[in-house]
Design a protein around this ligand. Structure first.
Ligand SMILES: Nc1ncnc2c1ncn2[C@@H]1O[C@H](COP(=O)(O)OP(=O)(O)O)[C@@H](O)[C@H]1O
Ligand SMILES: [Mg+2]
Length: 363
């Protein structure tokens, strides 16, 4: 969707902000540009909508060289969200959101309907339409910025440190909402941040840049964390690189052990036999709907009735198939037994996760 071919930018005075950049931003993906302050992120972003023009090379959007497209036409297809929000202070929220549709000459009814829709989409309360930016919190203003950029439904969005100005709790919420929204709208997005954790969370792919606009690595978050291309990248990814990688892998990727499972109606002999095949002295009781009822120690079974005749114990730890391996590892580290029960949708029993299984997977 967006391609950079040997793109260079030198500013008057001699600063090389971007040097021979090759990069392809695939359709419908979020590509994050990350790197220290001054490494050329904003410059790269602004070359996409021609707010800055390259000194060499070619930037193309949808196959068309941006230098051969008139800026107004180019920008119609590109939403732009900047840090510090950049709302018009003397226009209401509704007027701010309506900026591009108005320029496009939409009629009033259509604009109003679109503004209402977007205010809801980005999670703003109904009452904000006629307020002014200074009457909103930082997080709310940031949402208005996103709504404004989405107004004319552009296929491409450029976002320059969009969540940097808000506190960490609001930032987390905005990030989560953004990801949910993106899973619906599937825009092609170039997202700038200096925060590597934000990059890992938000990006389908990450471009790590160093001073002078040098691209050090371009890869998916998992690839980066598993195999940083050089020391710069490894340093930038920071400590706990291995744990950050585990945070991206769902528990469902590791095969769970079946475990010593018996039905609620099983007798002591069957429980003993099943436990023995699994070298355990306890059994998990799973009903015919696949739900785990609890577990029992063999020496607590009274030997006469079925296993669910005794009071079953609750599981100390459960992990869900959608949890990350990092969450699972944390659970196993604090567990006394080193075993977690893995549950799937509808809390169905899927097996056991042990420290051994996890470390095998890690190797
Ligand atoms: N208009 C400009 N004139 C001269 N130098 C500039 C201009 N804009 C940016 N620069 C320089 O280009 C480099 C990259 O800047 P920028 O793209 O803003 O970095 P980032 O967004 O990664 O912090 C910096 O050294 C900056 O000082
Ligand atoms: Mg910048």
């Amino acid at each position: 969707m967006i391609t950079f071919e040997s793109v260079t930018k030198q500013f008057p005075g001699g600063t090389t902000a971007v040097d021979e950049l090759h990069l392809q931003v695939p359709d419908g993906e979020v590509v994050v540009l990350v790197g220290p302050s001054g490494c050329g992120k904003t410059t790269i972003l602004r070359m996409v909508n021609r707010m800055i023009e390259p000194s060499g090379g070619r930037v193309a959007v949808n196959g068309e060289d941006v230098m051969r497209t008139s800026p107004p036409r180019l920008r119609r297809g590109i939403g732009y969200v900047i840090q510090g929000i950049g709302l018009f202070p003397h226009r209401t929220i509704a007027q701010n959101v309506a900026t591009v549709p108005k320029l496009e000459g939409w009629d009033d009814d259509r604009i109003k309907a679109r503004v209402d829709e977007l205010i809801e989409t980005v999670g703003l309360p109904d009452g904000v339409r006629d307020r002014y930016p200074h009457q909103l919190s930082g997080g709310q203003q940031q949402r208005v910025g996103v709504a404004r950029a989405l107004a004319a439904d552009p296929p491409v969005m450029l976002m320059d440190e969009p969540f940097a100005a808000v506190d960490p709790i609001v930032r987390t919420r905005l990030q989560d909402e953004f990801l949910r929204l993106q899973s619906e709208v599937r825009k092609t997005i170039v997202f700038v941040t200096h925060d590597i954790d934000e990059a890992i969370k938000m990006g389908d792919r990450i471009a790590i840049l160093s001073q002078g606009g040098h691209l050090q690595q371009y890869a998916t978050p998992k690839e980066l964390l598993a195999e940083p291309a050089n020391d710069f990248v490894a340093d930038f990814l920071g400590a706990e690189r291995g744990l950050k990688r585990l945070a991206l892998i769902p528990v469902s990727q590791v095969e769970a052990a079946p475990g010593p499972v018996v039905a609620p109606g099983a007798g002591i002999d069957e429980a003993r036999r099943v436990a023995e095949t699994h070298s355990s002295d306890w059994v998990v009781v799973v009903d015919d709907e696949g739900r785990a009822r609890g577990w029992a120690r063999l020496d607590e079974l009274d030997g006469r009735g079925p296993v669910d005749g005794v009071r079953l114990r609750d599981f100390e730890l459960t992990v869900h198939a959608d949890d990350s391996l990092r969450t699972a590892l944390n659970a196993l580290v604090i567990s006394r037994h080193g075993v977690a029960v893995r549950l799937g949708d509808g809390d169905r029993y899927e097996g056991l996760l042990t420290r051994e299984l996890l470390s095998e997977e890690l190797r």
